[in-house]
Write a protein that binds this ligand. Structure first.
Ligand SMILES: CC(C)(COP(=O)(O)OP(=O)(O)OC[C@H]1O[C@@H](n2cnc3c(N)ncnc32)[C@H](O)[C@@H]1OP(=O)(O)O)[C@@H](O)C(=O)NCCC(=O)NCCS
Length: 215
């Protein structure tokens, strides 16, 4: 089995552990978290180091997966991913055997495809993006880097999601919706028009709630 190190030992990590166990191709060699968590376990896997020790770990291990979650604030997940990229390690796509990915779809490094998600024909996912449990990413959808498509969300055909976006659980984006970078769609929203950058939309019909968020 290939050894893999996970970075971030919270709730998203527990979900990713289940996906990795179902895949059956990796041995989880340890988890990286904050100093106070060293020596504790996450679903039976030991926290072995902090992120300060990543350069050292990169000499010993080849494959890593960032398991820090991303909702309103995605900066820590992104920063750690970029740091690892600079350390010349492999950040594989982690894909549940219970997901469906069309042969014509493409997924870039560091992304995770959780149980029962569907990535349909000609969909394209960027780096370090989360396609969370049961989401449906329809044909021709394009998603940038560092995005999180929440559980049960439906992105209809031809939607374009720019970098650093978060789509809350059970949201629906109508066909061809354009979501500009660094934006949020709140859980359960139905989005019928464009989502402007650095903004948060919510409701049905989805409307602008906030602008200029950080992180
Ligand atoms: C969007 C979200 C992150 C909240 O962000 P926030 O910046 O804390 O926003 P606030 O709670 O201050 O709400 C701002 C406004 O949006 C509204 N709002 C927030 N979430 C909403 C939702 N899901 N549906 C409708 N309206 C919503 C609030 O009522 C408020 O409206 P108002 O300004 O008219 O009073 C949160 O509501 C949400 O939807 N989280 C998604 C959770 C999820 O799916 N997680 C997946 C984990 S795997």
């Amino acid at each position: 089995m290939r050894k893999i190190i996970l970075i971030g030992g919270g709730g998203h990590c527990r979900s990713v552990i289940d996906v990795i166990e179902q895949q059956g191709i990796y041995e989880i060699a340890g988890i990286v978290d904050v100093t106070s968590k060293i020596g504790t376990t996450v679903l039976g896997y030991k926290v072995i180091a902090t992120d300060k020790e990543l350069p050292l770990l990169a000499k010993e291990y080849k494959e890593f997966c960032v398991t820090i979650g991303h909702t309103v604030n995605r900066s820590l997940r992104k920063d750690i991913y970029l740091l690892l990229n600079g350390l010349n390690v492999k950040l594989p796509v982690v894909k549940s055997p219970h997901a469906y990915v069309a042969t014509t779809a493409s997924i870039k490094t560091g992304s995770v495809i959780m149980h029962h998600s569907i990535i349909n024909a000609n969909a394209r996912l960027g780096e370090s993006t989360i396609a969370n449990t049961g989401c449906i990413i329809e044909h021709d959808v394009e998603i940038g880097n560092h995005c999180h498509i929440g559980p049960g969300s439906v992105l209809n055909g031809g939607c374009k999601i720019e970098d650093d976006c978060f789509i809350g659980s059970n949201s629906v984006l109508l066909p061809g919706t354009i979501m500009q970078k660094n934006s949020i769609v709140a859980a359960g929203s139905v989005i019928r028009g464009p989502v402007e950058e650095n903004s948060m939309y919510a409701g049905n019909p989805g409307e602008l709630k906030k602008i200029k968020r950080n992180g």
